[in-house]
Write a protein that binds this ligand. Sequence first.
Ligand SMILES: Nc1ncnc2c1ncn2[C@@H]1O[C@H](COP(=O)(O)OP(=O)(O)O)[C@@H](O)[C@H]1O
Ligand SMILES: [Mg+2]
Length: 266
Amino acid sequence: MLNSDRLLVLKLGGSVITDKRKAFTPRVSIIKAISRQLSKIKEPMLIVRGAGSFGHIPVKKFDLHRGFHEEQQLRGCSETKLRLLELDAILLQNLIRHGVPAVTYTPSSMLIAGDGRIEEFNLEPMESLLSLGFVPLIGGDIVPDRKTGFSVVSGDQIAAYLAVRLKARILLLGSDVDGVFTSDPKKDRSAKLIGSLSIQELNARLSTIGTSSAPDVTGGMLGKLMETIQVLRAGIEVVIFNLNKPERIEPIIKGDSVLCTRIHPS
Ligand SMILES: Nc1ncnc2c1ncn2[C@@H]1O[C@H](COP(=O)(O)OP(=O)(O)O)[C@@H](O)[C@H]1O
Ligand SMILES: [Mg+2]
């Protein structure tokens, strides 16, 4: 039986593990530093990666985020999925090298979406290996879609969905900023970090949250926070933090005070 009580779901933002503005460019030194930190974590863990420049750039180029509409997209879609596989291989190599028993999962073989939202997800393959102590690695993908042929499902959506279905203890969303600010910190120098938020406060603030200045077809910070609502409603704490500082992961998990935004379910 799977003991999912203490499962930790961690999203690795594409803005950190890749150079989001340069197509297909991994940031290997930070991937190594993250892997080193993750090797210290002893509780059950599930890793979800963003796609960064391995996904968002070709998705825009081939217009994949609008679903299937012409045959030329097939080649672009296959090529994009090959790039995502390359990113998974880089992550997997580094995680394994640092002693994290990671195994990859491909969303397009496990789930079906409807209009870009996950409708069915076969969890058994993941639950089985989690219960043995493996660390599943999964990420944003182009998946079959009942309405649009195929659609882009973000790492944020997958992380939030799995946190709810697997009854995670906590959902950690790592990005390239210290947490949620009063406005986009990359555009507004007077933006202030919000250390903690309730679900009600988050709802009230959503209109002040921006998307992303980098290519991101899944809504940047606003998209991320919209996904967290289902997680908070399920009673699970959500933390937004700066994954460029992977040494913050340990204190966040322990509940120690460290720079981040903790969003409390009640
Ligand atoms: N209120 C806000 N607080 C924090 N970040 C914000 C806010 N509004 C917009 N952003 C932007 O959201 C970006 C993070 O989203 P995104 O680029 O999608 O990251 P990721 O690749 O980690 O998913 C930040 O780089 C930041 O510029
Ligand atoms: Mg994003």
